[in-house]
Design a protein around this ligand. Structure first.
Ligand SMILES: Cc1ncc(C[n+]2csc(CCOP(=O)(O)OP(=O)(O)O)c2C)c(N)n1
Length: 311
């Protein structure tokens, strides 16, 4: 889990570094600071399990086993990208690892995951489905319809709300009267839990429980992972100057960095050493360099194929 969180962090930091070069021609929403939710959840899943994501989908794709080299090619709009260069940052799909779809429509991942879980049940298949969504996703009516239906049919679906406290520049308390996302599960008769979304182990353990319930036919679970995005809503920069949050608040959350927090726990418990972790970090640095170099050199889609697989 440490390696995957660090991989996500380093790939996204590199995206932020090169984004101003204007060679990535898609908007990009970074998850720097939120890595533990993606990694903790996906570590509890099997390859055949299916996930659905949002505009902020890089971390989910990598955590589910997606190929970062194909991800970077996608951001550069190249033929070798996970959607042939036609999806860009907000529309990753890769059936080979169960990344079934991402949508920039707030809340859209929720009914899609419920549909996949219904299909799994109807087909007698073993896979379960996960919907990742932000705290604004619960403001969509479809959140309630989906939870109700999934609870009623006891579908194998896990609802994962990454509550980073903001929807673009609007804080949670200006949009919702009560700060109780996880408790909304109760009205549909399913379990709901609030987690420290920066604690990868806590997220992993809660997801394992939810997975168990799905596999035993006990139906859905709602997990609210409290976390924080360090960079601006869309784009590579820090946004202290925008006035909707303070530098102090961002720094407070940076001190709760999910990557460093877990790294320190591993070191303090003697499970690993600085030398081992340095080796992992160097290996990832090489992956990053190679992925960007190859992706930049890759060809764009052929003109004749531009309308293929576009819907
Ligand atoms: C249905 C819909 N309404 C509005 C938007 C514009 N929009 C894009 S992202 C966003 C906020 C998303 O916040 P949240 O779901 O909490 O996710 P986060 O960006 O914090 O990860 C909004 C309102 C949209 N994409 N879709």
């Amino acid at each position: 889990m440490h390696e995957m969180m660090l991989r996500i962090r380093k790939f996204e930091e590199k995206i932020a570094d090169v984004y101003p070069e204007q060679e990535m021609r898609c908007p990009t929403h970074l998850s720097i600071g939120q890595e533990a939710a993606a990694v903790g959840v996906c570590a509890a899943l099997q390859r055949e399990d299916r996930i659905f994501s949002t505009h902020r989908c890089h971390a989910h794709y990598m955590a589910k086993g997606g190929d970062p080299r194909r991800m970077i090619a996608e951001l550069y709009g190249k033929k070798t990208g996970c959607c042939g260069g036609k999806g860009g940052s907000m529309h990753f799909t890769d059936e080979s690892v169960g990344m079934m779809g991402t949508s920039a429509i707030v809340g859209a991942s929720i009914p899609l995951a419920v549909g996949a879980a219904l299909a799994s049940t109807m087909q007698g298949a073993n896979y379960l489905a996960v919907a990742f969504f932000g705290d604004a996703g619960v403001e969509q009516g479809v959140f309630h319809e989906s939870l109700n239906f999934a609870a009623l049919k006891r579908l194998p679906v896990i609802f994962v709300c990454e509550n980073n406290l903001y929807a673009t520049q609007t804080p949670l308390h200006k949009r919702q009267v009560i700060d109780n996302i996880y408790q909304r599960s109760a009205i549909y008769g399913i379990p709901g839990e609030r987690l420290d979304g920066n604690d990868v182990l806590a997220v992993y353990q809660a997801t394992c429980q939810a997975v168990k319930r799905c596999r035993q036919g006990q139906g859905p679970t709602l997990l609210e992972c409290r976390t924080y995005r360090w960079r601006e809503h869309v784009g590579p920069n820090y946004d202290y100057d925008m006035g909707y949050r303070t530098k102090e608040e961002v720094e407070e959350w940076m001190a709760k960095c999910p990557v460093n927090g877990w790294k320190n726990k591993l070191l303090n418990s003697g499970i690993t050493t600085e030398i081992e972790l340095d080796k992992i970090a160097r290996k990832i640095d090489e992956e990053v360099e190679s992925a960007f170099k190859l992706a930049k050199a890759d060809p764009f889609p052929d003109d004749a194929d531009l309308l293929k697989d576009v819907f």
